[in-house]
Design a protein around this ligand. Structure first.
Ligand SMILES: O=C[C@H](O)COP(=O)(O)O
Length: 243
C-alpha cells in the first residue's frame, strides 16, 4: 500500500516569525486530517530549528529544500545532512527544477545529494520533470527516463519520494491535466523496481484542483509551492476530499 504524501515547498518565503504565525493557524486545521496522510513543510534553512520545536508532538514533518553531499568543508552557501537531522528535519528536496535551472544542478549532483541524504537518515524528495520545449518536442518520456536513470544510482527506493513536476506547470497557474500527470507518473512507476514509492504531482496545485488530482490512481500526493504559503489554503489541500 503506497503512502499519501503532501508536501509544501515554501521556496524562499517566510521569516521565522512568519513560519510560526503559519503554524499557529495551520496545526489546528489538521485535527480531522485522515491518519494515512503524511504532511511535510519544506521551509528555508533559517526557519527549520524554530519550526522543529513548534512541531514537536504533531504529525507534521519538516523538510529542507536542498542538502549537500559532504558532511563539512569549504562549500559556501551549502548545508550538510547532519546539520539538518540535528534540528529535526526528516525530508530533503533534491533536484528541484529551480535548482537545476538557476544553480547549475546536474543529474550527477542531484544523485550525490540524494545518496548523502539517505546515508544521514533523511528521505529525499526527488524532483523530475520536463520543460515546455521538451514536451512540445515529444521528449517528455525520454527526459524523465534519463533523469531517473542518473538520479537513482545507488538509491534505496524504500526511503524515497518522487515528485513529478513538469517545469512549465510550476508557478504558472497552468496545471498539467490530471489525466496526463497520472499517465506520466504511471510511466515513472513502471521504471522503478519497487511498486511502493510514493509519487507526487507538483505544478500549480491549488485548493481548486487538488481533489481532481488526488482522484487519479497513480498520484500519491502533491508537492505544493505557492498554495502552501497560506495556512487555510494548504490545510484544505492536505484535507482534500477523496473520490
Ligand atoms: O515545489 C513546488 C513546485 O515547484 C510547484 O510550485 P507551484 O505550486 O507554485 O507551482
Amino acid at each position: 500500500m503506497r503512502r499519501v504524501v503532501i508536501a509544501g515547498n515554501w521556496k524562499m518565503h517566510k521569516t521565522q516569525a512568519e513560519s510560526l504565525e503559519f503554524l499557529q493557524s495551520f496545526l489546528p486545521l489538521l485535527e480531522n486530517t485522515a491518519e494515512d496522510r503524511e504532511v511535510i513543510l519544506c521551509a528555508p534553512f533559517t526557519d527549520l530549528s524554530v519550526m522543529s520545536k513548534n512541531l514537536h508532538g504533531t504529525r507534521v514533518r519538516l523538510g529542507s529544500q536542498n542538502v549537500h553531499w559532504e558532511e563539512s568543508g569549504a562549500f559556501t552557501g551549502e548545508i550538510a545532512p547532519s546539520m539538518l537531522t540535528e534540528v529535526g528535519v526528516t525530508y530533503a528536496v533534491v533536484g528541484h527544477s529551480e535548482r537545476r535551472q538557476y544553480f547549475g544542478e546536474t543529474d550527477e549532483t542531484v544523485n550525490f545529494r540524494a545518496r548523502a541524504a539517505q546515508k544521514a537518515g533523511l528521505k529525499p524528495i526527488l524532483c523530475v520533470g520536463e520543460s515546455k520545449q521538451q514536451r512540445d518536442a515529444g521528449e517528455t518520456e525520454a527526459v524523465i527516463t534519463q533523469q531517473l536513470k542518473a538520479d537513482l544510482v545507488g538509491i534505496d527506493l524504500s526511503g524515497l519520494v518522487i515528485a513529478y513536476e513538469p517545469i512549465w506547470a510550476i508557478g504558472t497557474g497552468d496545471t498539467c491535466d490530471s489525466k496526463e500527470a497520472n499517465r506520466v507518473i504511471g510511466l515513472i512507476r513502471s521504471q522503478l523496481s519497487s511498486a511502493d514509492v510514493p509519487i507526487q504531482y507538483g505544478g500549480s496545485v491549488k485548493t481548486a484542483n487538488i481533489d481532481e488530482i488526488m482522484a487519479q490512481p497513480e498520484i500519491d500526493g502533491a508537492l505544493v509551492g505557492g498554495a502552501s504559503l497560506d495556512a487555510e489554503g494548504f490545510a484544505r489541500i492536505v484535507n482534500y476530499q477523496s473520490a
